[in-house]
Ligand binder design. Structure first.
Ligand code: FPP
Length: 226
């Protein structure tokens, strides 16, 4: 969800105001994806491991905003039967936010139709290392029973365990890079970059991205027969 800072700067507003507007966009897009498009899995990249290096006021604001979202939207998630998952290290977050998050995770655990992932305190490289460490521990402690360490097993150790890989990755704000996002999972994901800054991103543009995606030929490294 890139471009909040630039959106604010262009209006002479503090960067935090861009994030606040970005949260409104996120809510609109989550609703549209589920209600109008029936997309079963949606992931929002809200806070990366690298984002801790931003000015402390901005970090604090983003953590507050996440708490606000989790508290205020808990009821909506439950009513719409949306299962929430957080991709990222919860242990490093303030205990008050963790409690709010854990409560929501528990309340939505049983839902199967719609899945909302929020990547928060997330990094793709860190996720892969975490999986490797857990596999080593499980192997040493005899929990893997000689199972082969292959892709199928590896996936079970990712935050996205049990979920399909993303079909489409949308990056707003015009940067043409991955920025440590779901590195394992996006091996064959289609990329779609727009110059639009996240607060200005609309359901119409989201639909345009999905429609363009539907016209792409996905070969997964193979040759398709004519
Ligand atoms: C990147 O834009 C955006 C972020 C680091 C924060 C995104 C967070 C939200 C939209 C709100 C929280 C959302 C949820 C669902 C809890 P940037 O600040 O790097 O913008 P710039 O590239 O223009 O500087």
């Amino acid at each position: 969800m890139d471009g909040n800072g630039r959106w604010a700067r262009r209006r002479g507003l503090p960067r935090t105001e861009g994030h606040r507007r970005g949260l409104l966009t996120a809510e609109r897009i989550v609703r549209f994806a589920g209600e109008e498009l029936g997309i079963p899995y949606l992931t929002l990249y809200a806070f990366s491991k690298e984002n801790w290096q931003r000015p402390p006021e901005e970090v604090e604001f983003l953590i507050e905003l996440m708490g606000e979202f989790i508290r205020e939207k808990r009821k909506l998630l439950v009513e719409n039967e949306i299962r929430l998952r957080i991709l990222g290290d919860l242990e490093e977050l303030p205990p008050s936010l963790r409690e709010e998050v854990e409560k929501t995770l528990e309340l939505t655990r049983g839902f199967e139709r719609y899945h909302l992932n929020i990547a928060f305190n997330y990094g793709g490289r860190q996720e892969i290392l975490r999986a490797v460490r857990q596999i080593v521990t499980d192997r040493l402690e005899g929990r893997l029973n000689g199972e082969p360490i292959d892709e199928r097993l590896f996936r079970r150790y990712l935050y996205t365990a049990g979920q399909p890989d993303p079909d489409l990755l949308i990056r707003t704000g015009g940067e043409e890079r991955i920025s440590n996002f779901l590195l394992w999972q996006i091996a064959y994901t289609e990329l779609w970059v727009t110059e639009t800054l996240w607060p200005d991103f609309t359901p119409e543009e989201f639909l345009a991205a999905v429609e363009e995606y539907q016209c792409r030929e996905r070969r997964f490294g193979q040759v398709l027969q004519p």
